[in-house]
Design a protein around this ligand. Structure first.
Ligand code: SAM
Length: 288
């Protein structure tokens, strides 16, 4: 069984599938337009240039939404955007979408096709004194070897008054329970797929780092996972387990265990004959 994360084309398809079948992006966009504006208004007030960084930006939908709000709150400032994303497939999609969207002439983009760790090493090597007003890490800290060290390093790049925005699955979500239940069988490759917002909150509390937190409720429609041979259901199973062609490549016993987990009434809710799986996230807005 191979992890999807390193297969860029496969991972992009899988990610698009999740976004299309859940409210994950919608609820992030609501948060960006309701809660974030007041927070962003207080960042870098009066500056001519603002610096924003996206780590694991994916194909950029969420980063661009944040960028629009940052601009609305600081209409006279130029915004320099540093994009750090290891997947060429995600970066290509980001660049293509951007090229089709007018109205971003206040922003300049630097593209870094690399992991958060490689970008950290690059900054260290260059002896960079780069400082940021806003750094976001949305649904990406699962994929770094040491999430706390990554967070600490990037938090150290903030200007006074700057913010790091982290979004991760909540402890209470059924998806977090899935990752914890199958962590030894599915989520390997040295990544911390079992990470939740609760782990980061415990870390921040232990370091007495101030933050605000907001729950973002999201459900994923997994009805088709229970129709044998259904193509979309098979793709969703691969997305949930992050295994390439999970249905074909997983041992039958493991496939049965995963389906039994999903079918357990503790792990889903039924609404209008649809089976909905809780993939709620939590946003942490962390101080400098
Ligand atoms: C679940 S997607 C989230 C994408 C985007 N932030 C969003 O919410 O729409 C995770 C992203 O993290 C990226 N990623 C994986 N490993 C990474 C690493 N070590 N450093 C930075 N980004 C990474 C993946 O390529 C992918 O684009």
């Amino acid at each position: 069984m191979q992890s999807q994360v390193k297969d860029h084309e496969n991972y992009l398809k899988s990610f698009e599938m999740l976004v299309a079948n859940s409210r994950e992006h919608q609820c992030m966009i609501e948060f960006i337009h309701t809660v974030l504006p007041d927070i962003l208004a207080r960042i870098g007030a009066g500056k001519n240039t603002l610096n924003m960084m996206g780590l694991g930006s994916g194909s950029g939908e969420i980063d661009l939404e944040i960028l629009k709000v940052l601009h609305e709150k600081h209409p006279d400032a130029k915004i320099e955007v540093e994009v750090v994303e290891p997947s060429y497939a995600m970066l290509n999609k980001y660049k293509t979408s951007l090229s089709k969207m007018p109205g971003f002439d206040y922003a300049t983009f630097s593209w870094n096709e690399m992991t958060a760790k490689d970008f950290e090493n690059k900054l260290m090597k260059e002896n960079s004194d780069k400082k940021m007003h806003l750094i976001n890490m949305i649904q990406m800290l699962y994929y770094v070897k040491d999430p706390e060290a990554t967070l600490s390093f990037y938090q150290s790049l903030l200007h006074k008054g700057g913010k790091v925005l982290v979004i991760l699955l909540t402890d209470e979500s059924a998806w977090a329970r899935l990752t914890k239940t199958f962590q030894n069988q599915l989520y390997k490759d040295g990544i911390v797929d079992t990470l939740t917002s609760g782990d980061i909150k415990s870390f921040l509390d232990s370091k007495k780092i101030p933050y605000q937190n907001y729950k973002l409720q999201s459900l994923l429609d997994i009805t088709q996972c229970f129709i044998p041979g259904n193509e979309k259901g098979e793709q969703l199973l691969s997305s949930l387990t992050e295994i390439i062609d999970f249905g074909k490549n997983a041992p039958p016993e493991l496939k049965k265990e995963v389906l039994d987990f999903l079918k357990n009434p503790e792990n889903y809710q039924e609404v209008n004959n649809r089976i909905l799986f809780d993939c709620s996230t939590e946003a942490l807005v962390i101080d400098a």
